[in-house]
Design a protein around this ligand. Structure first.
Ligand code: G6P
Length: 608
């Protein structure tokens, strides 16, 4: 899950590469490096640590001269973060330099072969084999060489390659890892994601697997592995560079939390027309929906948690059986898929390796695939039969917030849509449902207005050793997300439990002073939650409860209460997650953690 960038043009390359990498750090940030052609040969500068270390070393790129270069920000897979393992990697004799995002699965075999041929390896990475293999095949024609190399590689890659003999071009190619080409008058770019090139251009090529691109200052040629030229359409990015900037906020995460009402509006409103839910990107209608007898939702991380809420609401409203699976599990089991199965794939990036594999596995078994994706033109978006975009805008903080919320709003849209298409609801019921959904953004605004209360609770509990999140029904599903948010950015151990399940073992971990965050937003389950809160209180827990305004009975059992504005049970998850995001955020800030780039993580997980 690294970030790569390449540039050739009229400007000095190094400052542009470093600037581009700064927009890709969310993909990995344990080391960074650049390779620039300086007129005589390829100069590589790289080091362990954040990009800032490299920027300081290179005077923000000003100390490296040259107008052609490639750069990399790393999330270690093969070999610990170290100067040597950082990219770019060079071939023997310094002829070819490579940056790579992905994993080369057969690298050991290639490595052994190359060692026999006399190549000397200096790093523990899989990537180094690409540099040496390119040198081994080098025929004087770099395009031909790259084609030979990728024909030998198994696994996933997005590559940027420069060759000393070609001082005016670099080669870019991808398979199962994202890569875009940026086109501008002053030069051309390759990058793992659009924000890296957005300060320079909005004109993009989205690449397909194994398209090989020769990128020159005033020309970009895309071809296939038979060297046939492929004509690409220019994709115009329609969002602003500011959308991927902090805009005065201290952290991206906080900015993105506060953007949620807007993101919810943008995702929901265009899908409501003439008193109906209209989903333009999907072609399953009426009878097709009636025909679905089983839905699998597959995703990873927070997107999986969205799926868990989705199961509750889709089953409740549309009466279709739903199973939720972690993509990494789904891909290796034998799911029962028939031609009546719908596979719903949820992914912010649209590039998560396990989710892509699950999608392909589902398709192979005959399922129809409907995906919910934030990044336009991403792999999952392109490989799905039906597609619903979340309009969250670029999300930069590693811990997702607005992508989660918009994905959840799509679950509401889908559940309502299925019910509508199956004829399970009257026009009046649909109108009422739509009214509830359209209230969401303003209710979310209300919740966020109370951020200082959450900040106060964070100041009381930032030193907790363990935190338990409990809830029933959809509250349990939201607990999963609240717990993940807290642990990933504050490094406090936390677990989420279905409140009724706690007593089957985990309650033994509750002791004097343990913090339990209890979600009790569901009217029908409120009394049950009161009992569960009493159970943990009896073992010494300190309880911070989340309830809907008016349910003041909770104050008799909980130590403190966060109230959500009055809302229907069904949409409470969309509101309940907001204080939990803020709670995790403020605790992370108080503990002086790196909020936007928590340790060991990356936002886009493009390796298995
Ligand atoms: C990573 C991110 C999570 C995200 C998950 C799935 O682990 O840190 O925030 O939920 O990947 O990513 P996706 O892009 O598929 O939603």
């Amino acid at each position: 899950m690294c970030g790569i960038v390449g540039y050739v043009g009229k400007q000095q390359a190094a400052p542009i590469l470093l600037q581009g990498l700064s927009k890709l750090e969310y993909r990995g940030y344990d080391s960074a490096g650049v390779a620039v052609f300086d007129g005589d040969g390829i100069v590589v500068e790289k080091c362990k640590g954040r990009l800032k270390t490299l920027c300081d070393k290179l005077d923000d790129g000003n100390s490296l001269k040259g107008t052609l270069g490639i750069g990399h920000t790393r999330w270690a897979t093969h070999g610990e973060p170290s100067d040597i393992n950082s990219h770019p990697h060079m071939s023997d004799k310094g002829r070819i330099a490579v940056v790579h995002n992905g994993i080369i699965e057969n690298y050991l075999k290639i490595k052994e072969y190359l060692i026999q041929k006399g190549y000397v390896f200096v790093s523990e990475t899989d990537t180094e084999v690409i540099a040496h293999l390119a040198d081994y095949y080098y025929s004087g024609d770099i395009l031909d060489t790259v084609i030979k190399v990728i024909n030998k590689l198994e696994g996933s890659y997005a590559l940027g390659i420069i060759c000393k003999d070609n001082p005016d071009e670099f080669i870019a190619v991808r398979k199962d890892s994202p890569l875009i080409i940026g086109l501008s008058e002053d030069g051309n770019f390759a990058a793992s994601d659009i924000p890296a090139v957005l300060p320079y251009t909005r004109r993009i090529y989205l690449l397909e697997d194994k398209e090989i691109v020769r990128v020159r200052r005033d020309e970009v040629v895309v071809c296939n592995t038979d060297r046939e030229v492929v004509q690409k359409e220019v994709f115009e990015v329609d969002w602003n560079v500011d959308a991927a900037e902090k805009g005065g906020y201290e952290h991206f995460m906080f900015k993105e939390i506060m953007e949620q009402p807007r993101a919810l509006r943008d995702t929901v409103n265009p899908r409501i027309r003439d008193g109906k839910i209209v989903l333009d990107g999907i072609s399953i209608k009426g009878k097709d929906v009636e025909n679905i007898d089983n839905i699998y939702i597959v995703a990873c991380g927070s997107a999986y948690h969205v799926g868990v809420v989705g199961k509750y609401i889709i089953e409740k409203l549309s009466r279709i059986h739903v199973e939720v699976d972690l993509a990494s599990e789904f891909r290796y089991r034998t799911p029962l898929i028939t031609d009546k199965t719908l596979l719903i794939v949820i992914s912010q990036s649209g590039e998560t390796a396990d989710t892509i594999a699950a999608l392909r596995e589902g398709k192979r078994r005959g399922a129809r695939v409907l995906s919910v994706v934030n990044v336009v033109g991403s792999t999952i978006a392109r490989e799905s039969d039906d597609l619903i975009y979340t309009w969250a805008g670029p999300e930069i903080a590693v811990a997702t917030t607005k992508a989660y919320s918009t994905q959840l709003s799509v679950m509401y849209l889908l559940a309502g849509y299925f019910a509508q298409e199956k004829g399970l609801v009257s026009g009046e019921q649909t109108a009422e449902y739509i009214r509830i959904l359209q209230k969401l953004p303003s209710l979310a605004e209300k919740v966020l207005e109370n951020k200082e209360d959450i900040q106060y609770f964070a100041s009381l509990h930032y030193n907790s050793k363990d935190v338990f999140f409990i809830g029933r029904g959809v509250d349990y599903a939201v607990s999963l997300e609240g717990s993940l948010k807290l642990k990933e950015i504050s490094y406090i151990h936390s677990e989420a439990y279905a409140a009724g399940e706690l007593k089957h073992g985990t309650i033994s971990l509750i002791e004097e002073g343990t913090l339990v965050v209890a979600l009790a937003t569901q009217e029908a389950l409120f009394d049950k939650m009161i009992s569960n809160i009493k159970e943990v209180k009896a073992r010494g827990a300190v309880v911070l409860a989340l309830a809907v305004e008016g349910n003041t009975a909770i104050e008799q059992v909980a130590d403190s209460v966060i109230y959500l504005p009055k809302c229907e049970d069904l949409i409470a998850p969309s509101l309940a997650v907001l204080p939990l995001q803020l709670f995790a955020y403020y605790i992370s800030v108080i503990r002086a953690c790196d909020v936007d780039k928590p340790r060991n993580l990356a936002k886009s997980v493009t390796v298995e």
